[in-house]
Design a protein around this ligand. Structure first.
Ligand code: R7I
Ligand code: MG
Ligand code: MG
Ligand code: MG
Length: 352
């Protein structure tokens, strides 16, 4: 059903934008119950009757997602030199979008070396160990959509697009996991009851191979993402308890700028939001997921954005309130981008 896929493409790309714009005002905060109420009221207002206000700005998460989508659309392939040029161009046009402090060095070196080796600067980050930040995962949605029907290509492309900025195994595998989660969401009908445990089990199976295959298993935990996914299952099974488990989620899954302590959290937020969550008053499961992600504090734009990408891919665009979209910077551009990506992706031979 192509029209369903089109709506899912829009849902995922607009999900990136929504979580990013709504989450960025709260970045690095530790949200108290008082600020969670502020969040609730602010989202209620945005979703309510239209009112005039300056649009909420997107950050590096959406900017890099846009560059990746534009490159895939233009080249009908993953072209790392073109992608590196687009990242750099976008950064120098709007350097104030809240980029990670390390990745800026990569952009400077890429430009300074005239893109002679687009993989070298990232390898030199953090004394040669590469960045473990979530920057490769936060922008990966277009790859998941471009390869929506081809798992091997998705895995390969998710990794390759990472290597321009992130070479640390944690940074790369986080991007692969986020892409896989989006792909799984694309292929489940939104009217079907989602079996959250099956969803995680499928991720565990895939990440088992991913983490075995990748080099660099000299970490304390040899398969850290697999461990975090198993923890997601445990936390999902604990729901229904009286006590809010937010502190447990933050402590165990994390809410920071590393791939390991943000990508699994986003997946958890999407899955947990299949059911009502105490303190989050909405019937809309997409909003519930994104609001919950942001309510955890920390890297709110990115965890909100990654949650939005997965949830949007599952439900499709109609789940995202048009009233909210009106308050987001460039939301029609992002919708058009999703449509262009859909046109290109559905014509790729390996997706058929
Ligand atoms: O990963 P990256 O693009 O940052 C993305 C985050 C998101 O929250 C965005 O919304 C934006 O706010 O930034 O950028 P990097 O600079 O590669 O990584 C982010 C940060 O992670 C770095 O600035 C470091 O503080 C930390 N970091 C590391 N620290 C020590 N050793 C990443 N890798 C390492 C490391 O290997
Ligand atoms: Mg950001
Ligand atoms: Mg930041
Ligand atoms: Mg962030």
């Amino acid at each position: 059903d192509l029209s369903l896929f089109r709506r899912k493409f829009r849902g995922s790309i607009l999900g990136v934008l929504t979580g990013d714009c709504l989450g960025s005002p709260y970045e690095n905060e530790k949200l108290s119950s008082g600020s969670k109420l502020v969040l609730q009221k602010s989202f209620d207002k945005l979703e309510g009757p239209p009112f005039k206000a300056p649009v909420m700005q997107f950050t590096d998460d959406s900017a890099m997602t846009m560059s990746l989508a534009e490159s895939l659309i233009e080249k009908k392939d993953l072209d790392l030199v073109d992608l590196a040029k687009k990242f750099v161009k976008s950064y120098y046009q709007e350097p104030q979008r809240g980029y990670g402090s390390g990745v800026v060095t990569v952009f400077q070196k890429l430009r300074g070396s005239k893109f002679s080796d687009v993989l070298l600067p990232a390898k030199e980050q953090f004394h040669g160990q590469g960045s473990f930040g979530n920057g490769a995962a936060m922008r990966v949605a277009p790859v998941a959509l471009f390869c929506y029907n081809h798992y091997d290509n998705l895995r390969e492309f998710a990794k390759k697009q990472s290597l321009i900025t992130h070479t640390h195994k944690i940074g790369v595998d986080g991007a692969i996991l986020q892409a896989i989660a989006i792909q799984q969401s694309i292929h489940i009908h939104p009217d079907d009851q989602l079996n959250v445990i099956d969803f995680v089990d499928e991720l565990v199976n895939k990440m088992n191979f991913v983490e075995e295959d990748e080099e660099g298993l000299d970490l304390v935990e040899a398969q850290p993402y697999k461990s975090q996914l198993n923890l997601i299952k445990k936390l999902l099974q604990e729901e229904g308890e009286e006590n809010p488990i937010d502190d447990k989620v933050i402590k165990n899954l994390g809410n920071d700028i590393s791939g390991l302590r943000s990508v699994p959290t986003a997946i958890f937020c999407f899955l947990r939001a299949q059911k009502p969550i105490k303190g989050i008053k909405t019937d809309n499961p997409f909003r519930r997921a994104v609001q919950y992600a942001i309510s955890l504090g920390g890297d709110t734009d990115t965890i909100g954005s990654m949650t939005g990408a997965i949830a949007g891919a599952f439900y499709g665009e109609e789940v995202i309130s048009p009233n909210i979209l009106q308050h987001l910077e460039a939301s029609t551009d992002f919708k058009d981008l999703a449509d262009d990506l859909f046109q290109v992706a559905t014509k790729m031979e390996w997706n058929s």
